[in-house]
Design a protein around this ligand. Structure first.
Ligand code: NAP
Length: 260
């Protein structure tokens, strides 16, 4: 009996941090990867590392906010190698600046566009072919801040809770069509993004460990992958408190975001 080759994975934000670690986690003989990010050099470094693990890799230097070129590349890729898993991971962070200033409008809109609109663009690019095949798995990279908004990162929190809502709705409508949806809510993960977070980072995990947790959760078909579990419980439990108390607790974990 011949075993089925591992399905193709398309991953946005593959040039760095969690995305690069995820690409490596999925890199194995017989697997085809479609890796997307803007920075060509960093993307090539991820691709080389994945190829040395035996994967076949295609890269595209694309901005997830540009829906048309993104869709065109993903659909061309899918026509040759049907996509089994799409991971919308690309993201940027922002928030209260090191001098204490509130995030400006440009920073806020940039996060909403890349984190939320970029993920919707990525999903839209693959939805039709997956629905036609009645098969596939969509993975959205939210955050613990999607479960409970962080006072020092309003737009980031909004983008990530938006992804939770989007993912829950997609899950409900696509399950009968054979498409699974997983929303990932990581806590602190070591990456260039988290290095800009100036504040305590309890429970921080390496990107490699986070990638293993995410892949395992996706393979189990989980609706949500939340880690570390104790911070996930704390974020959800905060909704049971009076808002004045929960806001005061959240303020105790204040932070600043250094510019990129
Ligand atoms: N690190 C954490 O503690 C943490 C916690 C919770 C959730 N997350 C989420 O996990 C995801 C990955 O974060 P990370 O920590 O790995 O950050 P990172 O190291 O800064 O990586 C972000 C990735 O997104 C890509 N990207 C950013 N803007 C893009 C755009 N417009 N178009 C295409 N790609 C774009 C970047 O590539 P280019 O710059 O090359 O385009 C890079 O590959 C993000 O969605 C983040 O919000 C992170």
């Amino acid at each position: 009996m011949t075993s089925r080759p591992p399905g193709a994975v398309v991953l946005t934000g593959a040039s760095s941090g969690i995305g690069a670690a995820l690409a490596l986690t999925y890199a194995e003989p017989g697997r085809t990867l479609g890796l997307i990010a803007r920075n060509k050099e960093r993307l090539a470094a991820t691709a080389n590392a994945c190829e040395s693990r035996g994967a076949k890799v295609f890269t595209a230097s694309l901005d997830v906010t540009e829906a048309a070129p993104l869709a065109s590349w993903v659909r061309d890729f899918d026509a040759v190698t049907p996509v089994e898993v799409l991971i919308a991971n690309a993201g940027v962070s922002g928030g209260r600046r090191p001098d204490g200033a509130f995030e400006d409008l440009e920073t806020a809109i940039r996060q909403l566009r890349i984190n939320l609109e970029g993920a919707v663009n990525s999903v839209d690019a693959i939805l039709q072919p997956m629905r036609r095949r009645r098969h596939g798995h969509i993975v959205l990279m939210s955050s613990l801040s999607g479960l409970r908004a962080l006072p020092d990162a309003p737009a980031y929190s909004a983008s990530k809770s938006g992804l939770l809502g989007y993912g829950a709705a997609l899950r409900g409508s696509l399950r009968p069509e054979g498409i699974r949806v997983t929303v990932v809510c990581p806590g602190f993960v070591t990456s260039p993004m988290s290095q800009r977070y100036l504040g305590a980072r309890p429970g921080e995990l390496s990107a490699e460990r986070a990638a293993r947790i995410i892949r395992r959760g996706v393979e189990r078909g989980k609706a949500r992958v939340v880690f570390p579990w104790h911070l996930g419980v704390a974020m959800r439990a905060s909704h049971l408190l009076p808002t004045i108390l929960s806001d005061a607790i959240m303020r105790r974990f204040g932070f600043r975001i250094a510019p990129e």
